[in-house]
Structure formats: C-alpha cells, structure tokens
Design a protein around this ligand. Sequence first.
Ligand SMILES: Nc1nc2c(c(=O)[nH]1)N[C@H]1C(S)=C(S)[C@@H](COP(=O)(O)OP(=O)(O)OC[C@H]3O[C@@H](n4cnc5c(=O)[nH]c(N)nc54)[C@H](O)[C@@H]3O)O[C@H]1N2
Ligand SMILES: Nc1nc2c(c(=O)[nH]1)N[C@H]1C(S)=C(S)[C@@H](COP(=O)(O)OP(=O)(O)OC[C@H]3O[C@@H](n4cnc5c(=O)[nH]c(N)nc54)[C@H](O)[C@@H]3O)O[C@H]1N2
Ligand code: SF4
Ligand SMILES: [Mo]
Length: 702
Amino acid sequence: MRDTVTPTHCPYCALQCGMNLTPAPDGTAVEVTERADFPVNRGALCGKGRTAAAVLSPGVRLTSPLVRSAGGALVPASWEEALERVAGELGRTRAESGADAVGVFGGGGLTNEKAYSLGKFARVVLGTSQIDYNGRFCMSSAAAAGNTAFGLDRGLPFPLEDIPRTGCVILVGSNPAETMPPSLRYFTELRENGGTLIVVDPRRTRTADHADLHLAPRPGTDLALALGLLHLVVAEGRTDEAYVRERTTGWEETRAAAMAHWPEYVERITGVSVPELREAVRLFCEPEAAMVLSARGPEQQSKGTDTVGAWINLCLATGRAGRPLSGYGCLTGQGNGQGGREHGQKADQLPGYRKLTDPAARAHVAGVWGVDPDSLPGPGRSAYELLDALGTDIRSLLLMGSNPVVSAPRAAHVEERIRSLDFLAVCDVVLSETAALADVVLPVTQWAEETGTTTSLEGRVLLRRRAISPPEGVRSDLEVLHELAARLGGGRNLEKGFPTDPEEVFEELRRASAGGPADYSGITYRRLAEENGVFWPCPADGEPGGGVHPGTPRLFLDRFATGDGRARFAPVSHRAAAEEPDDEYPVLLTTGRVVAQYQSGAQTRRVDELNAAAPGPFVELHPRLAERLGAAEGDPVAVVSRRGRAVAPARITTAIRPDTVFMPFHWAGEGRANTLTNPALDPTSRMPEFKACAVRLEAVRR
Ligand SMILES: Nc1nc2c(c(=O)[nH]1)N[C@H]1C(S)=C(S)[C@@H](COP(=O)(O)OP(=O)(O)OC[C@H]3O[C@@H](n4cnc5c(=O)[nH]c(N)nc54)[C@H](O)[C@@H]3O)O[C@H]1N2
Ligand SMILES: Nc1nc2c(c(=O)[nH]1)N[C@H]1C(S)=C(S)[C@@H](COP(=O)(O)OP(=O)(O)OC[C@H]3O[C@@H](n4cnc5c(=O)[nH]c(N)nc54)[C@H](O)[C@@H]3O)O[C@H]1N2
Ligand code: SF4
Ligand SMILES: [Mo]
C-alpha cells in the first residue's frame, strides 16, 4: 500500500509546512516524506516536522483513558467510565457552585473545528464565561495592537513570498532560524535580491548571523527603541507626509511622544548606540518598500501592546503599511495560532473574530447555534488570571491542548493552583506534566489520524488530512465534546450541536463566521483540497457577478479595516519592565526556544532524535557573568527570582548581552524556566512578561 500518499501539514508550528505521509512498508505506521508542491516550504522541513510521526507510536502516547483511583494513582479505565466521571464532576460543580465555577482552557494547536467546538461547548453546554487558551501567552499583544491600528488582526497581512521582494525587513524579537527554519530562505533571498535584514534581539542568534545589522537591546526596551527610531525619522525629514495625511489618524500626538525620546536617551535605556539607530533608520527608509515583522521578543512583555504599537507607528510614519511589499506583520507561533484566535476559545470572543460584547454578533452566532442570545455568557478571565483562580472561584477545569505546568508564568504557583482544584480533566495525546495531575485523562487522536483545518501564519486556511487509522482506545477531541454534551445536556440532546465529523463542524463554522472579520464562509473542504489553501477573509457571496471569492492574500491595499478606513497611530511612551534589576536581583532573565524542542516539550521530549540534539535546559550567559560567578561551561548554575529557583548547566557565549541570561522553557523539573518568570500582565492584551524579569545567579556545588 506504499502508493497511498497523503498530502498534509506538520502538527507543530504556524508555518504549517506541507508534508506527505506515506504508509510504512508493514502498514502499521507512516513516514513523513517530502511534499514539493506546497509553495511555503517547497519540501523543506525542520527536525521536528521530519520526526513528527514518532509521536504516533503507541509506545510513547496514551491509548487508554486514565482515571484517578481511590488510592490516588491514575489507572486505565473504559471510555464509558471516564466520560461519566468527567460529565458527573463538571455537572456537579455547575450545580453546586454555578456555571462560572467550571473553567475551560484550550490551545492554539487545536484545529479550527476543535477550537470552534470548544468555545461553543463552554458557552452552550456548560454556560460558563470562564474559557481562555494558551494563545494569550503567544501573540495576544500583536493581535491587540493590530486590531487597534488596522481594525483587523491577521498575523501577516501579506504572504511570505512578498518578503524577498521588499527593500528592508526589521525582524524584532524573532528567531526563525530556530523557530521556523524553512522560512529562513525568504530572508536570505531578500538579501540576494539586494534588500537588507535588521535583527533586533538581545542575543546574536542564528537569525542575527544573517543580518546586515544586529541591534541588541536590553530585554524589555523595544518600546523605547522604536520611539527612538521614529524620532530620527522625523528629525531627518523622512516622514511620508502625504501618506500620513491621507491614510492615518493620530499623528500629532504620536510625533510629540517620539520627539521626547531623544536618541541619546534611547541609547541609555536600550544600550543600542546612536550610530546604530541612525543606520537602522537609513536602511529602513531608503528603499521604496519595507516591512517590520515581530514575534515573541517585543510581544511577551507587560507593555507588549504598546510596544507593537510603537513599531506600527514607525511603519505608518514612513508610509510602509497597506502598500505593496510594505507593512507590519506578526509571525504567529502555534500550528493553528491564527485560526485558534478567531473562532471563540478566547475569553471575549465569538466565532469569525466577533466580539462577545457586541449585541449583533451575539444575535448572529446564537442564531447559528439555535440558542437565545441572552443565554450566552459575557467575557471571562484571561489565561493567567483563569489559572490563578483555580481552586478558588474556579473549582473544576476541562483542559484541551496545553501543558501549563511547564508553559505558564510563575509555574510553581500555577501548579499549586491546579493541584487545589476539585476536579481536572485533560484531553491529550501524551501524559504531559499537567495531564499527570488530572483526575481523568482522555487520550485523543493526532494530526495524521484525523481531518481538520488550520490557519497558518499567513492567514492561509489549510486542510490537514487523515492518513491512517488511530490505534484502538483513542477518540477525537470532537467525539469527546459530543459525548460530554450528551451527558451534560439533561435530556436536551445538546450533542446534536457537536458533530464528530470535522467537515460538518466546518460547515457550521462557515455560517457562524459569515459577515465577521475572519469570514470563512466561502471556504469549503473541497476548495482546500484543490487549492493550496485559501486566505481569509473569503466571503461566500463572492465577487460582484456571483463568482467564487478568491480569498485575500493581501490586506489593506485600498483601505484599512477601521470605520473610516484610516490606520490609527498609537500614542505610546516608554515605560520600564514590571521588574527591573536591583541589588538583590541584578541580572535580567529572558526566555525562548531552541530548534529541536517544541513548547512545553510534551511531544518533542518523547522523540529520541530531538532529545539527542537538545537533551535538557541550560542557562546561556556571557563570559563576564560566568567569570564573576566562577562557573565554567557545563557547571550547574542556580537562577533565582522572586518566584523561585531553577538550576541548569551554564552555556557560556559572547552572543548574549553581559547583563542578561537566557533560558529555553521546554523542560519541567529543576530546570523549568517558568519557575522564575513574572506573571505581570499587559493591561490590554493580558500577556505575561515572559521576556524580562530580574534574577540573581548562584554557583551550585555538586
Ligand atoms: N523549535 C521551536 N519552534 C517553534 C516553537 C518552539 O517551541 N520550538 N514554538 C512556536 C511558537 S508557539 C511560537 S510563539 C514561535 C516563537 O518564535 P520566536 O518569537 O522566534 O521565539 P522565541 O525564542 O520565543 O523568541 C524570539 C527571540 O526573542 C528574543 N528576545 C528575548 N527578549 C527580548 C526582548 O526583550 N526584545 C527583543 N527584541 N527580543 C527579545 C530571544 O532572544 C529570542 O531569540 O515559535 C514557534 N516555533
Ligand atoms: N518562559 C516562557 N514561557 C512561554 C513562552 C516563552 O516564550 N517563554 N511562550 C508561550 C507561548 S508563545 C506558547 S504558544 C505557550 C505554549 O505552551 P503550551 O500551551 O504548554 O503548548 P504545548 O507544549 O504545545 O502544549 C500542547 C499540549 O497539547 C497536546 N496536544 C497537541 N495536539 C493536541 C490536540 O489536537 N488535542 C489535544 N487535546 N491535545 C493536543 C500536546 O501533547 C501538549 O501536551 O507557551 C508559553 N510559555
Ligand atoms: S518549521 Fe514548523 S511547520 Fe515546518 S516542519 Fe518545522 S515545526 Fe513543522
Ligand atoms: Mo506561541
């Protein structure tokens, strides 16, 4: 059966590389093979994608529901017993403490169909407002800033293929050489074509090695940096006055704020020299077109929304948004990081990127769901606030697609909150650190075993296809929601609203999203199978004349999605990180990723080849800090913050600022970076400050 090749997409990051799945010779498994026809990666895969099939193996994954026994151990149970237990406990909490005592936590790795069904399940079956998801920890600051500035949040407003043809790209706090390796070619082609690349990162990363200019600010100071660049744009007469007049509002106030950020002042805050600032402005402003792309560096800050706003200001003042080959974009992270933020698993949101507080949106979606609009709850808590309320206001939790014991800020506190719940149910493919704390674990099918859609970082909706049958004993997330709806409906047959066939769910999602900002109504599984994805918005009614809508690869070329069609400047000023170094905690900690591990590591730490490449946590530090500490390469180093203490081997390098240490967050246990991180939240996006907190270092005697 080697000829039955299934074209599909990677289960991991938002690049959603195309890959083929080929049944292995003995027919029990699949191999990942090259798929050259998908234009985004043209066959190239990183090590995670290449080895993704390893997690399908029954040796590493869950194949039976687990239920906590009277003795306290997780023991195998039947699906019937496990589902009865989950429905019984969630129902009991709801009856005893009210619907808002039941929480739901989702993930940006879930397909559109799952994310949509989970949001609907929370509002219609449980009746709770308390739902949010891990995307809050990911791109929420960029989403908030993009919505305000442009009236719409789609990570990239243009396809990646535009990057090699622009004149200059500033990559702010983004390390695609490690986090999306096949995308690196867009940046190398840019330079081959004569364009320039500027990388802004406190570390000289593998991405920065490709840059024409590397700016290495102190963590948490990107807002000042962007204002300093804008100051120079104005001072050097590089503002695009006609564009500002015709296509924007709010310039005067923003200009005044930028003029207060003198280059010398910005140099003192950021550590980036005035000549470097001038060079960046020259490279950015001289070509016809230019782009700013951000990722988690500037976004995962307690001022992430204002920071992204400041970078958008730079684009607007220079006429570099809503024009061909120009614009601001956010490189979204998770496999369905884009679609996962559009269809209602977010605390304040209804499908189609509609607002839960908008009466017209409530009426439309309630109509599709066949419920009274007044029965829909209002907005709930954001992800960290929800986790922080576990065991107090929220007594029971249903978790699908996240591992917060490893990935949430101030993780020891979050772990303690999770342990204090009356009841925790986790749907996962493996026994993650969070699933290990559950009362019931439901083992679910994986990407190669089920069909569904994801929306990539380009805003391109893609079809992932089922290639093999799941092993005995696992069910899909959609089946779980269907079964729970049946048990929690109290005879109202609510399960009818939760089909188990993904295409049926997608058909409903199309109707629910119709007319909303993220309009999918013109997209069908059939189109997705025939085309290499479709960019939203894609309304059903098509072009005048009744044709099929082609989708929208490029946004904002005629007008922005605001009421008056103009982009809005953000009147922002610099402010310090929530926690700055002091005598007791004199060093800055920042966190991030390495190429061979994915997120909390729940999946990739189960793959031998990836573990060989990235076996464990480390503390990256400058030789000067290491010398002061008396630590040699590989020596254990304790990193201590106001939240706790983590220990990991030293990795000494001149590629990092001497005032900063870096830890990847992929591991649990002693080296867990999130034991240290600060849950200070951005006031608008509610994003925690993963990228800057104060620590001290201690040598560890072993
Ligand atoms: N290998 C791998 N790939 C992944 C993932 C993974 O876990 N592993 N996760 C996926 C997901 S969900 C996401 S969100 C993306 C994330 O993709 P990226 O944003 O590229 O990844 P990070 O390593 O979190 O952060 C990027 C860079 O920000 C820098 N940085 C730290 N603090 C600051 C700061 O204050 N300012 C600036 N300007 N930069 C700073 C870090 O040094 C780091 O190099 O990756 C996706 N791809
Ligand atoms: N210090 C620090 N912390 C961070 C970050 C950082 O840069 N620094 N980055 C943050 C970011 S950007 C993100 S996105 C988060 C991510 O952190 P997490 O939310 O923990 O993400 P994952 O590790 O991908 O967890 C997904 C879980 O769902 C399971 N899973 C995968 N697919 C499915 C499915 O289809 N159904 C179900 N039911 N389960 C599934 C996986 O096995 C895994 O256990 O971490 C955040 N935490
Ligand atoms: S870059 Fe992302 S989508 Fe592509 S193979 Fe790697 S993890 Fe998968
Ligand atoms: Mo993310």
